[in-house]
Design a protein around this ligand. Structure first.
Ligand code: NAD
Ligand code: GLY
Length: 360
């Protein structure tokens, strides 16, 4: 069975990302990757019944508790963090305990945040079970929850001890969720690696059909890019913001439509089209490359047109973005296919025209 390892280099907080098939049934691998003797598995009512037993079986020499949270982005709240903390207290977990996040990005973000807060920080391990979580949210240490009026507004940087991405878990993932993960994969090609974008175009059919070796390559290349970016700029003072291509528009879509109605990856797909189009309006990205972006996302069955939430409402929501500095909305745009930039001094009429065109 094919296995890959990508290392994320952050000094004493460095950790491996293990990618491949059959990882959750590999007792040796799990036993050596997860050091803590006392574990809380944080999962949800969908993923827990599918995979928690495998994890418990492989780690049967540990003392393990489990909390299964309600499923959905609408539960990514401070109230749910309270439930995880309650479970840690009830299981009398000490500083040498660890949290195991078993699920998609919602579980990973919440379990990581609870681990960051509990006793001022305990270890956690990411076991991502969605494509989106395997290529993005489980890596890099951003944890947190939503505020009712602003996505991912409350959180902490807290790096996991390791990431175990078993691609076999994707077999039970719905097509819609799988496609949402493909959006973040396209993002890496757009912001960082034109060759990877070309590879995605050439392999779109096999990747959409979930061919394991295509998935493993796409997850590995995505994690390599994310690892490189995070190692250069862990706390997002510069280049890490590139990973937010399409997210400022996308977060406005997610918030305006009610959390969970547009999946995060779907909103990012439509947001990336808007970012590409604005980059073309500015004369940076050729129209042909913008059109290739739309075509690739379409091939992956992703939305390329956002809902008509209104340009004014979108601008208000975008004003809550974490990249806002001195009251100015900074945007991640494309200087070219494969090269992003964070821009604050774009001509305001170009943003207005883009918002009018897409949001109405
Ligand atoms: P998700 O966690 O809601 O999972 C999607 C759905 O798939 C859920 O219903 C879940 O229960 C189900 N599921 C998960 N694994 C499954 C499996 N193997 N089989 C069957 N069903 C399964 O959504 P997501 O797309 O994984 O993550 C989105 C979240 O990640 C958003 O909240 C977003 O803000 C966050 N995010 C965080 C970062 C970061 O750097 N921390 C990066 C990107 C996204
Ligand atoms: N997904 C954005 C980041 O990790 O920085």
């Amino acid at each position: 069975m094919k296995r890959e390892r990508v290392d994320i280099a952050l000094g004493e907080r460095s950790y491996p990302i293990l990618i491949g098939e059959g990882l959750l049934s590999d007792e040796n691998l799990l036993g050596s990757s997860i050091k803590a003797r006392h574990l809380l598995i944080v999962t949800n009512t969908t993923v827990g019944p599918l995979y928690a037993d495998a994890l418990k079986h492989a780690l049967k020499d540990r003392r393990i508790s489990e909390v299964a949270l309600p499923d959905g982005e609408q539960h990514k709240t401070l109230a749910t963090i309270g439930r995880i903390i309650d479970s840690l207290v009830e299981a009398r977990m000490n500083r040498d305990a660890a949290v195991v996040a078993l699920g998609g990005g919602v579980i990973g973000d919440m379990a990581g945040f609870a681990a960051a807060c509990y006793q001022r920080g305990i270890d956690y391990i990411q076991v991502p079970t969605t494509l989106l979580a395997q290529v993005d949210s489980s890596v890099g240490g951003k944890t947190g929850v939503n505020h009712p009026k602003a996505k991912n507004m409350i959180g902490a940087f807290h790096q996991p001890r390791c990431v175990i991405a078993d691609i076999d878990t994707l077999k039970t993932l719905s097509d819609r969720e799988y496609r949402a993960g493909l959006a973040e994969i396209v993002k890496y090609g757009l912001i960082y690696d034109r060759d990877f974008f070309d590879w995605l175009e050439s392999n779109a059919v096999v990747l959409a059909a979930r061919e394991p070796s295509a998935i493993i390559y796409a997850v590995r290349r995505s994690c390599e890019i994310k690892a490189e970016v995070v190692a250069k700029d862990e706390r997002e003072h510069g280049i890490r913001a590139w990973l937010n291509l399409g997210h400022t528009f996308g977060h406005a879509i997610e918030t305006a439509s009610g959390y969970g109605n547009w999946l995060h990856g779907e909103a990012v797909a439509a947001g990336m089209v808007m970012a590409a189009d604005m980059s073309t309006r500015l004369g940076w990205l050729g129209a042909a490359d913008r059109d290739r972006t739309v075509q690739l996302l379409t091939k992956f069955g992703l939305p390329t047109v956002p809902p008509k939430i209104g340009a004014n409402e979108a601008l208000v929501l975008m004003g809550m973005d974490k990249k806002v500095l001195d009251g100015q909305v900074r945007l991640v745009l494309l200087r070219a296919l494969g090269r992003a930039d964070v821009v604050g001094d774009y001509p305001k009429p170009t943003l207005d025209a883009t918002l009018q065109h897409y949001f109405g």
